[in-house]
Design a protein. Structure first.
Lengths: 262, 188
């Protein structure tokens, strides 16, 4: 008997509910073949294990409990529905957070452009030596690169527009923060989360958290040059740049992404 | 289908609580056996057996009296166990506590160890294989009955059972439980 035929024979015997040890061909082959003897032993152990008497010691009130439960009014709780709704809730929150994250910087750039902000590659004194540093930032409208206009820099209109942005950010921020954080952490003061904000949010929402910190980086960069007129080659950790954001404070923002302030 | 089972079912449908107790007592060993093999934990198996009977008694009116009751009952139990296994896989499992009972003889320990080894091997195979294998080898249902209970073709059931056997045999042989099984069975 070949080994593959041995395996088939074992299965056929088991299908007929016969014991393999009662088959002369099987036992004869197993005596000559180590591999098949090992499998035959395993098969016997399996059958023995399945045939062991196992008398379950039920609770005394098992049957009575079943009957009382059958007699009780039926209250169907579909756990799957609950799971789906919570799953959808998380997705909805994630989408809302994503929309906010995209909308905030878009609004900032839009307002900055409309109010005639300073060009990103242009220093207040007209020096364009920072071009290589800020080349990846969106270019804002200027009329003449060679002749900087003092009116384009930190005008009253700018301040009003920035004030409006601050209000929008202030309103949006709690919702974003609530959406991206786990329940326990959402209730905690943001100042307690300064050590690794991204690590504290739940795993599926980490990309969003990274986006939030990226957004904050953009906001910081925009405001730092728009309001305080600080040259961007100054240390980014200078929190005084955020004096123009009284409520969406540096404390909150730095708490979100300490790496940005390191 | 025997007449006494039909009568028992009729009494259950009429709301006879004594008949319901009799119904549960008659089938609870088979239902518990499948649940235990499927779930691997006594307490979970008992809970699933209880849930199976509650569901079965509530939907007894939908049972086709031309068909055997036991496969229908075991199908409910199997479905409940697979649902539980699916939910169990989505949440972390606590380490099961050893619920050993003292004063066992060496023979009993040997038999228990064999039972544990088989149970361990069973838990490592797919739930569908496990259910089909247990229905065939423990509940002693035919391929056709298993096919009906699991709502899949007979050929699929055969394949599942053959694969289950091969995987179990391989695992038990690798773990060297052969001699213990001979000792345990000889003593019993």
């Amino acid at each position: 008997m070949q080994c593959d035929k041995f395996d088939n024979q074992i299965n056929e015997l088991l299908d007929r509910r016969d014991h393999p040890l009662e088959d002369a061909g099987v036992t004869a082959h197993a005596e000559d073949c180590d591999r098949c003897r090992r499998r035959l032993d395993g098969c016997v152990a399996m059958l023995d294990g399945m045939s062991l008497p196992r008398l379950p010691q039920f609770r005394d009130d098992f049957s009575a409990k079943v009957v009382s439960e059958v007699a009780a009014p039926q209250v169907e709780v579909d756990q799957r529905d609950g799971r789906h709704s919570s799953s959808w809730m998380i997705r909805l929150l994630a989408v809302a957070a994503l929309v906010l994250i995209v909308a905030i910087p878009a609004a900032i750039y839009s307002l900055r452009t409309e109010s005639g902000g300073v060009a990103d590659n242009q220093e207040p004194n007209g020096d364009t030596s920072r071009e290589d540093v800020t080349d990846d930032l969106p270019k804002l409208a200027v009329e003449d690169d060679d002749a900087p206009n003092e009116d384009q820099i930190a005008t009253t209109d700018d301040d009003e527009a920035l004030e409006e942005m601050v209000v929008r950010l202030r309103e949006a921020w709690p919702e974003v923060r609530q959406s991206i954080m786990t329940d326990n952490l959402a209730a905690a003061p943001i100042t307690e989360l300064q050590d690794g904000f991204v690590d504290h949010v739940s795993v599926p929402l980490r990309p969003l958290a990274v986006s939030v910190t990226g957004t904050i980086n953009i906001v910081r960069d925009t405001f730092s040059r728009g309001v305080s007129q600080q040259p961007s080659d100054k240390p980014q950790a200078d929190v005084r740049w955020f004096d123009g954001l009284p409520s969406l404070s540096h404390t909150e923002i730095s708490g979100c992404c300490p790496a940005l302030w390191a | 289908m025997s007449d006494d089972v039909k009568q028992l079912v009729s009494r259950c449908l009429a709301g006879d609580q004594a008949a319901m107790v009799e119904f549960v007592d008659r089938y609870r060993g088979r239902v518990f056996g499948l649940c235990y093999r499927m779930l691997g934990q006594r307490q979970d198996a008992e809970d699933m057996a209880q849930e199976t009977f509650v569901r079965a008694l509530r939907s007894l009116a939908r049972w086709d009296s031309e068909r055997d009751l036991e496969p229908w009952l075991l199908a409910i139990a199997g479905n409940r166990c697979r649902t539980m296994l699916a939910s169990r896989s989505r949440r972390p499992q606590p380490t099961p506590l050893y619920d050993g009972v003292p004063d066992r003889t060496p023979d009993q320990l040997s038999a228990e160890h064999l039972d544990e080894e088989v149970q361990l091997a069973l838990q490592s195979i797919r739930a569908e294989y496990r259910q089909a294998f247990t229905m065939f080898h423990e509940s002693e249902l035919s391929y056709a009955e298993i096919s009906e209970a699991m709502e899949c073709p007979v050929g699929t059931v055969k394949t599942w059972i053959h694969r289950a056997r091969n995987q179990l045999i391989e695992q038990l042989a690798n773990r060297g439980v052969v001699q213990e099984s001979r000792d345990a069975v000889r003593q019993i």
